[in-house]
Write a protein that binds this ligand. Structure first.
Ligand SMILES: [Zn+2]
Length: 268
């Protein structure tokens, strides 16, 4: 009995470690997509090459995190700098994957949230770089999210549809109101689609939490950046996608009542 328990424990460690490695590999792939998708390049061919000297990167120089450390962040051929962003994104993906697995365990929802997070990391960095959330992710995310709610017995179709309309609808209203007041675009169309995507994957219950946490975290970072730039950055565009993804993923680690409490302030 004890042996079986020990074996099970060992097994869970092995699976967790495997998920971490899987996360690193997906993180490495995320780096490729982040670099190539906005330029309209294929994400399959050509194989990885140095941005500067175009030299093909050998498999042993392409191992997540480890290769970057061994190469001291420099290309083997031309010694040009390889951004520390690559290993950071790999590590982040690995840690997020492990966190989700440890929290949700062997469920279909785990698989759905893993896919969402993988796309979220890619979209967040693209949003930071280019101020866009590609439709290829947001729109297919909505479709896959709704399909998931139909196929995944742990989820409820009605919740997903309500989430889609609540999330997308709320942001659409705010965007429309802002436009009426200021005559300019405040919330991008990508953010509206992303909120609909979040609603379709996490259900309507998560929407108040996501709105609250993304606003607070976005404002905090905005204020810090503004202070850092000596108050010159008042009109700087702040990409909002990363905060929405962060809040949505954070919601699975927070009890759902937290969101409802916030809701209750407005609806006594
Ligand atoms: Zn090079």
């Amino acid at each position: 009995m004890n042996d079986a328990f020990e074996l099970l424990k060992l097994n869970i460690h092995a699976v967790t470690f495997t998920i971490f490695l899987l996360g690193l590999i997906f993180g490495s792939f995320a780096n490729v997509v982040i670099l190539r998708l906005p330029k309209g390049e294929s994400i399959v061919v050509p194989s990885s090459h140095c941005c500067k000297c175009k030299h093909k990167i050998n498999w042993f120089d392409n191992i997540p995190i480890i290769s970057w450390i061994f190469l001291l962040g420099k290309c083997r051929h031309c010694s040009s700098k390889i951004s520390i962003r690559y290993p950071i994104i790999e590590l982040l993906t690995g840690l997020v994957f492990v966190g989700i697995f440890l929290k949700l365990g062997y469920t279909w929802t785990t698989l759905e949230i893993l896919i969402f997070s993988f796309c979220g990391i890619i979209c967040s960095v693209i949003d930071l770089d280019h101020f866009i959330l590609p439709d290829v992710f947001t729109l297919s995310g909505i479709v896959i999210g709704l399909l998931g709610s139909l196929l995944n017995p742990e989820r409820d179709v009605t919740n997903a549809f309500l989430g889609l309309f609540m999330g997308g609808g709320f942001f659409w209203l705010v965007a429309y109101g802002y436009y009426l007041l200021k005559g300019e675009e405040g919330i991008g169309g990508g953010d509206i689609k992303l909120m609909a995507w979040i609603g379709a994957v996490f259900g309507w219950q998560v929407i108040p939490f996501v709105i609250l946490v993304s606003s607070i975290s976005g404002s905090l970072v905005g204020i810090i950046l503004m202070l850092g730039s000596g108050g010159k950055g008042l009109k700087t565009i702040i990409p909002f996608g990363p905060y929405l993804f962060f809040s949505a993923i954070l919601s699975i680690f927070i009890p759902p009542e937290v969101g409802f409490d916030y809701f209750n302030y407005f609806i006594p």
